[in-house]
Design a protein. Structure first.
Length: 317
């Protein structure tokens, strides 16, 4: 396993290895933060050294990060086969770096492992053959025993995560979101685990939060899952959190213009909203009162990882 170190803060990286008792990665490039071009370039150099040493039969990349792009590009340049897990996902917003990473990774991959039928159809429309496996995030959720889910907060509460550049690079947008959270917190307490990049940009604002908004450090995977499950509503701009909210039966408000998970919108479990305080408040109050049905779960049956492993064993080795 190769860890690029794109996520390097303890709360965003090592905490999850420790809390989930995961094996340490065989390689950690410790790339850290930088501009997209410089970060990706450093990843390419480090990944190339590892691939030339290990000479793998297949390189698996996951998701839509710069690490995904660098892994797919480097392996492809070296003539190695590439498998993309979570292929075929699209927001159709080219302003998002993640969208560019997804498109390039899919184009370079020999094997595109799709989480949903919608992703399969998107790839088909682009002339790419996908392999339907289901979503590995659902696998992870399914394997967490209920007794392992704990958090210290009293219900009811609204859980918030905001970190994407579109909401944090423009101060006016984040201030509107913050005012919306203040309005929501007058009805239901708000818990806000703050991403390091968000905290760095808005230290003064976050350190002077009103009492009804609990600004906390990022939490472990299991604690986050427990909080997501118990929340009256989720307010987020994260693709993964949208999906986890649906799978855990919690209504979600997504502060973005588009989403890579339209399945959650179609199920009535998620609603897109602009970065406007009143719109966030009104939408959150509405979503808090809906009930989520997972009768037709588009994300598979919790065995995606086994299907991917079996396919690799039968077709790629």
């Amino acid at each position: 396993m190769l860890h690029t170190g794109q996520h390097y803060d303890y709360t965003m990286s090592e905490l999850h290895f420790v809390s989930l008792k995961l094996e340490e990665p065989h390689y950690n490039l410790e790339i850290g933060s930088d501009t997209h071009a410089r970060q990706t370039a450093r990843m390419l150099m480090g990944i190339e050294d590892v691939l030339l040493t290990e000479k793998p039969v297949l390189v698996l990349v996951y998701g839509d990060t710069n690490s995904t792009l660098a892994g797919a590009l480097c392996a492809s340049k070296l003539g190695m086969k590439v498998g993309h897990v979570e292929a075929g996902v699209r927001s159709y917003d080219r302003k998002m770096p993640e969208e560019i990473n997804r498109i390039v990774a899919d184009r370079l991959s020999n094997y595109c492992f799709c989480p949903t039928s919608n992703a399969m159809n998107i790839l088909k429309s682009e002339g790419i053959e996908g392999i339907l496996t289901g979503d590995v995030m659902y696998d992870a959720l399914s394997q967490v025993p209920p007794e392992a889910l704990h958090h210290p907060y009293s219900k009811p509460f609204v859980l918030v995560t905001i970190h994407r550049a579109e909401n944090t690079d423009i101060q006016e947008r984040f201030h509107e979101i913050w005012e919306g959270l203040k309005l929501v917190s007058k009805e239901v307490p708000v818990i806000f685990p703050v991403h390091p990049r968000t905290r760095n940009k808005f230290k003064d604002l976050l350190s002077n939060a009103i009492k009804t908004i609990a600004v906390i450090e990022p939490v472990s995977y299991r604690e986050m899952i427990a909080m997501t499950k118990d929340a009256r509503c989720i307010i987020t701009d994260s693709g993964g959190v949208q999906k986890e909210a649906f799978l855990l039966g919690s209504p979600c408000v997504t502060i973005r213009e588009t989403t890579e998970w339209p399945e959650t919108i179609e199920a009535g479990a998620n609603c897109l909203v602009i970065a406007d305080a009143k719109a966030i408040f009104d939408t959150t109050l509405t979503m808090m009162n809906i009930r989520i049905s997972k009768a037709d779960n588009p994300f598979g049956d919790g065995t995606a990882s086994y299907k991917i492993a079996r396919y690799i064993n039968e077709h790629c080795l």
